[in-house]
Design a protein around this ligand. Sequence first.
Ligand SMILES: Cc1cc2nc3c(=O)[nH]c(=O)nc-3n(C[C@H](O)[C@H](O)[C@H](O)COP(=O)(O)OP(=O)(O)OC[C@H]3O[C@@H](n4cnc5c(N)ncnc54)[C@H](O)[C@@H]3O)c2cc1C
Ligand code: FES
Ligand code: FES
Length: 476
Amino acid sequence: MIEFWLNNKRVETSMPPGMGLLEFIRNHQSLKGSKLVCKEGECGACTVLVGGLQDGELRYRSMTSCIMPLANAHHKHIVTIEGLNMEALSPVQQAMVDTNGTQCGFCTPGFVVAMTGGLMRSGEVSLNHLTQSIDGNICRCTGYKSIERAAEALLAPLKTMPQDHGPRIPWLIQQGYIPAYFSRIKNQLAAFGPTDQPKTDDKHSPTIIGGGSDLMVQRPRQIESANLTPIFDQSQLKGIQWNGDFCEIGAATTITELAESSIIQSQIPDIQRFASYFASHQLRNMSTIGGNIANASPIGDSTMLFLGLDSEVILEKEREPRIVKLRDFFLGYKQMDKKEGELILKIRFPRLPKGAFFNFEKVSKRTYFDIASVNAACQIVLDDKHLIKVAHLSAGGVGPIPLYLTQTSHFLIGKELTFDTLKEALKIANEEASPISDTRGSAAYKRLLLRQLIIAHFVKMSPELVKPAQLLILAR
Ligand SMILES: Cc1cc2nc3c(=O)[nH]c(=O)nc-3n(C[C@H](O)[C@H](O)[C@H](O)COP(=O)(O)OP(=O)(O)OC[C@H]3O[C@@H](n4cnc5c(N)ncnc54)[C@H](O)[C@@H]3O)c2cc1C
Ligand code: FES
Ligand code: FES
């Protein structure tokens, strides 16, 4: 039985855990405000807020309900546009009206829900934060400028808004941004007890499902009737902590949680920028790192990042753990060193030494909200004599698997950081790559991108390394 709060109503259902939440909301609860458009997480018209208790705090995240499995709503508060409606328009709704932020109106519920979610996060709310909260929403009519003006119009009154989560919800209620029933939700969720997500049947090769952002797009009908093991809220798969000199990340950690973690920020100060290249706000809230790795896409962004961090995967079946180097985990296209039913428990990487350089680059047809043509990560550590002591380079989109550039990384060890070293490293990386032509670019274009991204790593690390005129030499 799946039970949760849908707006101001307690819902219990025995519908399949793999049913899309949007289908349940629209067809079984007759709430038609959340729109069905792409059904692939691409447009944001179906955006809902998902509230849950985290360390005793009620936190809301926006997600695309079309590809969210019903199982992930268990013991949560799901908020659709109907759940935000009050007698008067909320300031978000009013701003959309005042700035002509809505024309045909089909996308508008998604924008209003996502933007309201942007107000419910902790910390200062800037224009940048508000526009980021709607980076997964598409509008075919307005050209976005009027919607940006709506976000801008919201800012002035928010100056007195409390920064912390705790007092923020009462403030938003008092100011008429969200209805009064939100004040009861924290206690109502606490009354559910721990989130033990319901499984269909775990005896016969159940399908593990995290955020569902791959599975619900790739095979939605099969997932609806599949034996599922939902892991999105399993506490043993959540959280980021130090274990000795290893940073351990639970496999059900989302991209948003990764980017917000102070531990990860201490190791990768640019993590929030790197994460912003991953899908959209809504998708980052539901995409897990375990799902990104187990999907085995040759262009998985977090997979590439973890290869550059020289990570290991901790797997488990019937309480028997097993550790595999991530660089050895991918055996062929979509093939992994993972036994049937084996769960990815954690990903871990060794603490970066002081002064370590780490960078992630991604080129896609659109800068944001697009999968990569080629992506790449690089970790370099120099010793006292300025020789390269540690080198880990990875590249996606240039082979059938997420590629750890073994030969290139090995070549760099012990070398001086010079133009000639880079030139030789580029040659070796080119030999290691075997891209194919597809919709994301020709094989030749991907080789070019691989070269440019490796140059970008080195120039970021040492801006003097390559003079503009020398770029032509590297192109030969
Ligand atoms: C609109 C859209 C945009 C996207 N943009 C990007 C992007 O920019 N970059 C990118 O890299 N990806 C992108 N993706 C792909 C997807 O969001 C990611 O791969 C995501 O990390 C998958 O995580 P999930 O939890 O949603 O996976 P799920 O769909 O739940 O699972 C994916 C696979 O992993 C398995 N699995 C999940 N967790 C575990 C576990 N703990 N142990 C073992 N197996 C497990 C599942 O059985 C399934 O085979 C995008 C997807 C969509 C729909
Ligand atoms: S319908 Fe497009 S994201 Fe859900
Ligand atoms: S107002 Fe028509 S799609 Fe946005």
